[in-house]
Design a protein around this ligand. Structure first.
Ligand code: ATP
Ligand code: MG
Length: 365
């Protein structure tokens, strides 16, 4: 699959933009704060309905404007899909595929898959468990609509349960309803644990080889899922923790507390890894994500690389650039030196300056 073109109207610092991408490597370069990441964000938002930065629609609409439009053409299996997105300041966004309005974000899934790689991803191993759960959920949600629905229901149930735990202090008569939330949390929680387990097993099949090549055969990497508890024990855990939950007024067990252990040569590098080791393992994790998506959807995802090259040393830059052939890539960077010195093929180069983009001497509008 690949993105053919993108049109923006009043999107962040773009008044109007129309850009056609190559099926190979597209480089967006320019100084800081010019609008490079904004283009990747728009592409990602249009394919998933969410900003990778977690921004709200009203923050994305250009200052002093009321609405914003994104139009993206995607080619998948030779078929062209036109996605229209209309962002409004005080209302929900409108989305249409080939002119037909859709009502659920999940209807977009399956048209375009992304692997988004930003400098923060290099800290995924160093940072807390929430980041690692986000990594698991991010791909799982793109690949599996049922997982997406189960996860959002589970999150809703936990939110309601936590609210109830707080309300019970002054409304003890609601005590009976706690069990209803428990049953639902256990039901959806089990499904999430099961899928995460399968996903990590799939990743492990791929990651070992990638990491070994990336470290010249020096390191063996393995992932271990650390669920709050095994699926079959989830119900018992909810019961066991009930007194505690009532005291602390929050839900202390469940997949919202899971973690992922990253082991290199038998050592838990979350705690004992050097910084370089942690970053290399993060790169392996991202690369394995690309290959796993390819395997699952039998097509290549679109790779969005936001300013990561400058964060990597020479060897890892080379490895990354060498791994991304035959896949559409949108790369942002401040300069072209890394590409030139690597003699890397740049199919299209865009220069980004203050919300305008120039390519081949033409300003794109
Ligand atoms: N809603 C908005 N309306 C207008 N301009 C905005 C809006 N939101 C952000 N901007 C502007 O967009 C610019 C930042 O764009 P972006 O994050 O794409 O920069 P960048 O080129 O990726 O920079 P860097 O190299 O630092 O990552 C800033 O100048 C910011 O003021
Ligand atoms: Mg940026």
């Amino acid at each position: 699959m690949f993105i053919e073109s993108l049109q923006l109207k009043n999107y962040r610092n773009y008044k109007s933009l129309e850009i056609e991408f190559d099926q190979g490597t597209n480089i967006l370069y320019g100084n800081n704060a010019q609008g490079k990441t904004n283009v990747l964000e728009a592409v990602y938002l249009c394919g998933t309905t969410k900003s990778h930065r977690g921004s709200k629609d009203r923050e994305i609409i250009a200052f002093e404007e009321e609405e914003s439009h994104i139009r993206m053409k995607v080619n998948r299996d030779g078929l062209s899909y036109k996605i229209d997105m209309h962002l409004k300041r005080n209302k929900a966004k409108g989305v249409a595929i080939n002119g037909i309005p859709i009502h659920k974000a999940s209807e977009l899934f399956g048209i375009v898959n992304f692997v988004f790689f930003s400098p923060e991803d290099l800290n995924i191993i160093k940072n807390g468990p929430a980041e690692r759960r986000r990594f698991l959920d991010f791909e799982l949600c793109q690949l599996d609509k049922i997982y997406l629905t189960n996860l959002s229901t589970y999150n809703h149930v936990i939110h309601q349960r936590n609210k109830l735990l707080k309300d019970l202090a002054f409304r003890p008569e609601l005590m009976d309803t706690l069990e209803i939330w428990d049953l639902q949390a256990v039901d959806y929680g089990k499904k999430i644990i099961k899928k995460r387990k399968e996903f990590i097993a799939d990743l492990n099949e791929i990651i070992k080889e990638i990491h070994s090549s990336l470290t010249g055969g020096q390191e063996e990497m393995q992932l271990f899922y650390e669920p709050c508890t095994e699926e079959e024990n989830l119900e018992a855990e909810f019961i066991r923790n009930r007194e505690k939950d009532l005291k602390v007024r929050t839900t202390s067990t469940g997949p919202h507390r899971d973690d992922l252990c990253v082991s290199v040569n038998g050592i838990d590098i979350r705690k004992y890894g050097s910084q370089g080791q942690q970053r290399t393992a993060a790169l392996s994790l991202k690369l394995s994500e690309i290959f796993l998506v390819e395997k699952k959807i039998k097509d290549s995802p679109v790779l969005l690389l936001d300013d990561v090259l400058s964060e990597l040393d020479r060897n890892r830059q080379n490895y990354l650039l060498d791994s991304i052939h035959n896949i559409q890539t949108l790369v942002t960077c401040t300069g072209l030196d890394d590409f030139i010195s690597h003699q890397f093929e740049m199919n299209k180069v865009f220069h980004v300056v203050k919300g305008t983009i120039e390519s081949n001497g033409k300003v794109l509008q």
